[in-house]
Design a protein around this ligand. Structure first.
Ligand SMILES: Nc1ncnc2c1ncn2[C@@H]1O[C@H](COP(=O)(O)OP(=O)(O)OP(=O)(O)O)[C@@H](O)[C@H]1O
Ligand SMILES: [Mg+2]
Length: 359
C-alpha cells in the first residue's frame, strides 16, 4: 500500500517540455487513469515515477518519501511497459516468476502464485512458450501477469490492454478492476481510450501537451468537461458557435447561425446578451423529434454510416457546422432526406469563447 505525490514534475528534452509542472496526489489504494492523445507525456510521467528517467525537475514522493535517489529496482513498483519488454530468452513461466525469484520466495509458493496469475490472464498451458511463440495479445497478458504477480504497493500500467480484441479487453478490464479492489493496489493506468479510463478508474486525469487539462471523478469529466479540449476528448463531437441572445435566470438562449437553442446554465456563469459562446453536445444525445418540440430543428441528411448499434448521421442545413447524430432507430435514413432532431437542453454544454479548442 502506498500513496503517491507528484510535485511540479517537469521533463524537458532540450527546448521541448514533454511534461510540464504536473501536480498530482494519488491516495493509497486509488486507481487513477492518465488519459490523453499520443505524445502528451503519459509514458514519460510513468518513467519518472518508476525511476527510469532520473533527470527531471520537481519531485516524486511515495508515502511522503522523495524517490530522487532511489534506483528503479529498489522502488518495489509493478510496471507494465507500453512495449511489454518481456525477457526474450525466458519462457512465460520464468518471465512471470522473475520478480518473485528476486524476492527469494519458496519455489512452491512461486509456482502457486504464477499458476494463479496465469489463470487470471487466461494463459494456462502457455508456461513453456517463449515470447516469440506468443501472439501480441498473449505477450501483453504475460507482461500484465508479471506486473501484477508481486502484488506491488504501486502499480504502473502503460496501455496494458491496447492490443487485445474487444471481448478480451472488456474481460481484462473487469479483472484489473477486481484485482485492484481485492488487493487495494495504488494504480496508475495510462490509456487513450476514454471509455476505458472512465470505467476503470476512481479518478481520470486528462492531459494535453504535458499538462493536466482536467482531473476529476469519471462522471464529472465525462459529463462536465472543464473545457472544449476535454469535451472533444470525451466524445462531445458537436461544437456549435453561437451568441447569447437572452439570459433569464438560469435559462439562456443562444443564436447559432440563424437558429436558436435554449439551455439551462444553473450557475449563470456571468453570461450577458451578445457574448460569443460554443455549445457542445454528444452525437448520442441528439434525438429524432417532432417539429415544434423544444430545441427541435430541421436539416438535411448528408451522410449515413451504419455502425451496428447506432447509425451515424451527418446533418447539414441546421447550423454552419455539420451536426453528427448517433441514432438508435432501425428506420433507414437516406442522403437528402429532411430530418428533424432535438438538442435536449439539459444535454447541451456551454463554453465561453475564450476557451479555445487546442490541439
Ligand atoms: N528521449 C526523448 N528525447 C526527446 N523527446 C522525447 C524523448 N522521449 C519522449 N520524447 C517526446 O516527449 C513527448 C511525450 O512522450 P511520451 O512517450 O511521454 O508520450 P505518450 O503520452 O506516452 O504518447 P503515446 O500515447 O503515443 O504513447 C513526445 O512528444 C515525445 O516525442
Ligand atoms: Mg506512451
Amino acid at each position: 500500500m502506498a500513496s503517491l505525490e507528484l510535485q511540479g514534475l517537469t521533463k524537458k528534452y532540450g527546448d521541448f517540455t514533454a511534461v510540464d509542472h504536473i501536480d498530482l496526489a494519488v491516495r493509497d489504494g486509488e486507481m487513477v487513469a492518465l488519459l490523453g492523445g499520443s505524445g502528451c507525456g503519459k509514458t514519460t510521467i510513468l518513467n519518472m515515477i518508476a525511476g527510469f528517467i532520473d533527470q527531471y525537475e520537481g519531485s516524486v514522493l511515495v508515502d511522503g518519501k522523495d524517490m530522487k535517489h532511489i534506483p528503479a529496482y529498489k522502488r518495489k513498483m509493478g510496471v507494465f511497459f507500453q512495449n511489454y519488454a518481456l525477457f526474450p530468452h525466458m519462457n512465460t513461466f520464468d518471465n512471470v516468476a522473475f520478480g518473485l525469484k528476486m524476492q527469494k520466495l519458496a519455489k512452491s509458493l512461486i509456482q502457486e502464485k504464477v499458476r494463479r496469475i496465469l489463470q487470471l490472464v487466461k494463459l494456462t498451458g502457455m508456461e513453456k512458450r517463449f515470447p516469440r511463440e506468443l501472439s501480441g495479445g498473449q505477450q501483453q497478458r504475460v507482461a500484465l501477469a508479471r506486473a501484477l504477480v508481486t502484488e506491488p504497493a504501486l502499480l504502473l500500467l502503460d496501455e496494458p490492454l491496447s492490443n487485445l480484441d474487444a471481448k478480451l479487453r472488456v474481460e481484462m478490464q473487469i479483472e484489473i478492476k477486481r484485482i485492484h479492489r481485492e488487493l487495494g493496489l495504488t494504480t496508475i493506468i495510462v490509456t487513450h481510450d476514454q471509455e476505458e479510463a472512465v470505467s476503470l478508474a476512481d479518478r481520470v486525469i486528462v492531459m494535453n501537451a504535458g499538462r493536466i487539462m482536467q482531473a476529476g471523478k469519471p462522471k464529472e469529466v465525462f459529463d462536465r468537461p472543464a473545457n472544449l479540449f476535454v469535451g472533444d476528448f470525451m466524445g462531445f463531437s458537436n461544437f456549435i458557435a453561437g451568441q447569447v441572445r437572452r439570459v433569464a435566470g438560469a435559462r439562456v438562449s443562444v443564436a447559432c447561425s440563424d437558429r436558436e437553442l435554449v439551455l439551462d446554465e444553473a450557475d449563470g456563469t456571468g453570461l450577458a446578451a451578445g457574448d460569443s459562446v460554443t455549445l457542445a453536445i454528444r452525437p448520442e444525445n441528439i434525438l429524432p423529434a417532432e417539429k415544434g418540440a423544444e430545441n427541435a430543428l430541421t436539416g438535411t441528411v448528408r451522410n449515413v454510416t451504419y455502425k451496428g448499434t447506432v447509425t451515424r448521421l451527418e446533418i447539414g442545413d441546421v447550423f454552419a457546422e455539420t451536426v453528427f447524430a448517433n441514432i438508435h432507430e432501425s428506420e433507414d435514413y437516406e442522403i437528402g432526406d429532411a430530418i428533424t432532431v432535438a438538442f435536449p437542453s439539459q444535454k447541451l454544454l456551454l463554453y465561453k469563447k475564450e476557451e479555445k479548442r487546442s490541439e
